[in-house]
Design a protein around this ligand. Structure first.
Ligand code: DHB
Ligand code: MG
Length: 231
């Protein structure tokens, strides 16, 4: 099995979920608002796609380490990650989150209100590429951090939009770039894999981006993030 390891007792250690749950319990307290947002993911068009609590805490830390005040998110779903970003930017910060499905956006709005962060979050409904283009045309203040977590085939389009909407020093994070290792099988014809690989190619070719990818295991299985920074 991929990822199988032996510890000193010889028993295979592949129980990523139990380890994830240990660290979530130990380090990542979730209040009622986060728990409710997580649970309501089941009512969205993509149940169980939300980031894990440990990943939420990671993105919260990253947002604060970057000193980000303005965050742009592609893909809202129930707003679970949105709450983590909104709390990270604080009361003076701002989060814009783009969601295709009106039903998902309505669920997210309820969750953001319950979390007490609705005042600092805009949920914009419609195709994210179109919305991002309108934001650029309107000349919105540049963003400090972008989280790309919507339909995977559009990753290259969202990356280009993110580059249009960020300042020098901004951080761009892309979710779900490993997909249980499928990322190294371009011949599989999976459009999600093609979307990830084209975005990675574009990042590699961009003169102003430093980037890496980190694989993750845990309650969401084997996946990972690309993390890039504009020089
Ligand atoms: C899927 C999408 C996600 O953003 C995610 O984190 C996990 C799964 C999906 O499209 O299945
Ligand atoms: Mg995701």
């Amino acid at each position: 099995m991929p990822g199988m390891r032996q510890h000193s007792g010889g028993t295979p250690l592949t129980d990523w979920s139990t380890v994830d749950e240990y660290f979530i319990d130990a380090l990542v307290p979730q209040d009622e608002a986060l728990l409710a947002a997580r649970a309501s993911g089941a009512e969205t068009t993509l149940p169980q796609a939300e980031i894990s609590p440990n990943q939420g805490a990671f993105l919260h830390l990253l947002t604060q380490l970057a000193g980000a005040r303005r965050v742009l998110e592609f893909g809202t779903l129930a707003g679970y990650s949105t709450i983590w970003f909104a709390r990270a930017v604080g009361p003076e910060g701002h989060v814009v989150t783009l969601e295709l499905e009106p039903g998902n956006a309505a669920i997210a709005t309820t969750n953001l209100e319950r979390a007490g962060v609705a005042d600092r979050v805009e949920v914009l409904v419609g195709p994210a590429a179109d919305t991002a283009e309108r934001l650029a045309e309107a000349g919105v203040e540049p963003f400090d951090l972008v989280f790309i977590d919507a339909d995977k085939p559009s990753n290259p389009v969202y990356l280009a939009a993110a580059l249009n909407l960020t300042r020098s020093g901004a951080v761009i994070v892309i979710d779900n770039v490993v997909r249980h290792g499928e990322v190294v099988r371009p011949q599989s014809g999976n459009p999600a894999v093609a979307g990830v690989r084209k975005a990675v190619e574009d990042i590699a070719a961009h003169p102003d981006l430093d980037a890496t990818a980190l694989q993750t295991v845990g309650i969401k299985g084997w996946d990972g993030f690309v993390i890039a920074r504009r020089r």
